[in-house]
Design a protein around this ligand. Sequence first.
Ligand code: URA
Length: 203
Amino acid sequence: PVRAVERMARDEPESLAALNAVIARSEPLVPGATQAVLGEGPVGAAIAFVGEQPGDQEDRQGRPFVGPAGQLLSRALEEAGIDRSAAYLTNAVKHFKFTLRGKRRIHEKPTAGEVSHYRWWLDRELDFVAPKLVVALGATAVLALTGKSIPITRARGPAEFGRPFGGFITVHPSYLLRLPDAAKDEAYRAFVHDLRRVHDLAR
Ligand code: URA
């Protein structure tokens, strides 16, 4: 039997590094992922971005937001005057989930049950990072941060996550990638506009 002190030490990590060690050792809830993708960025970052779950590239490289959506996010952050390396980037769900189509691994959206399974970790993680502002990128992040399914179009902008940091809701960069070409530019500009507001709110 595990003694109470040991259980406390296991269940309540005392630092972000200790929490990350627990996450890194954990098995994916749905088998298939290569590794857990941990959050990245400094403790005390003014802004923390929460995405959905790692994609194919993130799963291979073990870093958040390095694939196509991440590259688009990087470009938009730069245009909005936000230094990506000074921000904290993480995901609601820490393991990639996919279906195979031939050799391609096609991203599958996490279920509400999966989001809630990972939620304890995200909460502890944000406690340790203690940002001024948390930005939910898309509906899965909103679900993870609020426990509610809220359409982004209605909730977009400053938000209240019932936590000691400010909140902001915007679209996920992969949504921009999926839009028809005719709609892409305007949606991208609106995303950069949101990120400029984020930058101002986190000053
Ligand atoms: N999409 C996400 O939500 N997170 C990543 O890390 C990459 C793509």
